[in-house]
Design a protein around this ligand. Structure first.
Ligand SMILES: [Zn+2]
Ligand SMILES: [Zn+2]
Length: 414
């Protein structure tokens, strides 16, 4: 764990107070945006309404918009420069929902806070007598399994950005959560159909193969590191009850904080479980990666320190990490999931702090989904917009902080 070093960041308070006032003025428009996204939950890469609402608001406030970037129809770039040169600070907006449980990850709050921060920062920077810098909002679709940010990285969208920021809602205020690296697998077994009663002996049962594989994975868990995760759902378990299933499909996510362990041990072991089950049932198996690899988050101390300060202005006392609560709360769920923001933190200085929606809530639950559209969701979005806006303006105002963040990133590259 990183230790906090002293940085004289007292001056950020004044920026924070002014940004907060700016965000309060914008609040009705921002809350409307959040509710529009919340009430129209769209799955990965189908977030047309959300992307359009965001682009519309950002264009209205003075950003230049480029839609449908890096081969993703629902990705966008919104940009605005001030003066000449200076730091370029990027903000991510996520806006995809989950199947069945809508905005149970609260991405409507991420989108709203990102756009709100960018607009408030633009309005604040416009009032400064001398300012050089650039704000870039990247609309990153498909975070829930699609790796939208990986496509943005590969498409070169981050090449001219010095630091990236965003905020994710959660059940606690935390600066750094231990995210896990993740591989998404799609396993398909192919067998042979036959009548399940009159000629079962002529079939090769693909569902049996899937069942065996899940049992093998269950047994394997005893030999796995406790900080790793394997979880699966059967998305195709056969075609009809009176037919021996000729096809089955299982989606599996495997995760670990250790990239080497994930790719060398865990990935191979899961593939062996699948291959072994195919042999035992006489079926064939195809294993493919359903999404880009998500990497765990590498934090940036300088940016985190600025974030602690910026959240402090809006009255949020951030916990540095789940294992070292600085406030009175005890964070029960110290493990997070995985995010494509992890990949971003490997290519440039970036932060992914968590803002409390309602204390103790877990992500991807019906309770979280309810809260994301409630008044506490609105408050989280407004607070996060203030904090993010403050971070952006502080970095543009003091390029030396950006240099320090980059230096830290370079020093910790390997
Ligand atoms: Zn999620
Ligand atoms: Zn999320």
């Amino acid at each position: 764990m990183q230790t906090q070093q002293h940085q004289d960041l007292g001056w950020i308070d004044n920026i924070g107070i002014e940004i907060k006032e700016q965000v309060v003025e914008l609040a009705p428009e921002l809350i409307e945006l959040s509710h529009t996204i919340y009430n129209n939950p769209e799955l990965k890469f189908e977030e047309f309404q959300a992307a359009s609402a965001l682009e519309k608001l950002l264009a209205k406030k003075g950003f230049d918009i480029k839609s449908g970037i890096c081969g993703m129809k629902t990705a966008f770039r919104a940009e605005r420069s001030f003066g000449k040169g200076g730091p370029t600070i990027g903000i991510f907006c996520e806006y995809d929902a989950l199947a069945d449980i809508g905005h149970a990850c609260g991405h409507n709050i991420i989108a709203t806070s990102g756009a709100g921060a960018a607009i408030a920062a633009l309005q604040w920077l416009e009032k400064q007598p001398v300012v050089n810098g650039r704000i870039i909002v990247l609309g990153s679709p498909g975070e829930e399994g699609g790796g939208g940010k990986v496509h943005l990285i590969n498409g070169g969208e981050l090449k001219d950005i010095d630091a990236m920021v965003m905020v994710h809602p959660f059940g606690y205020d935390v600066i750094e959560m231990p995210n896990l690296s993740r591989i998404a697998l799609d396993v398909e077994f192919l067998g042979k159909s036959s009548h399940a009663s009159s000629a079962p002996e002529q079939g090769l049962n693909a569902l049996d193969a899937a069942t065996l594989m899940l049992v093998a994975i269950g047994l394997l868990r005893q030999q796995l590191r406790p900080d790793s995760r394997v979880h699966a759902v059967v998305v195709d378990g056969g075609q009809a009850v009176n037919i021996i299933p000729e096809r089955s499909r299982v989606k599996i996510l495997i995760r670990s904080p250790d990239d080497d362990y994930l790719q060398k041990r865990l990935y191979r072991a899961i593939c062996d479980c699948a291959q072994g089950s195919a042999i035992a049932t006489g079926t064939t198996v195809q294993i493919s990666e359903a999404a880009p690899l998500y990497q765990s988050i590498k934090s940036n101390l300088i940016l985190s320190q600025i974030a602690v300060k910026a959240f402090g202005v809006i009255g949020r006392k951030m916990n540095w990490s789940p294992t070292s609560p600085s406030g009175d709360i005890k964070i029960a769920n110290a493990n997070a999931g995985s995010t494509d923001m992890g990949n971003v933190t490997r290519v440039l200085p970036a932060i992914h702090p968590y803002i409390c929606l309602e204390e103790g809530l877990d992500l991807h639950t019906r309770q979280f989904q309810k809260a994301a559209g409630s008044q506490s969701g609105d408050k989280a979005a407004i607070d996060a917009a203030s904090a993010l806006g403050t971070i952006i303006c502080s970095l543009i105002k003091d390029p030396e902080l950006v240099n320090k963040a980059k230096q830290e990133f370079d020093n910790n590259k390997n």
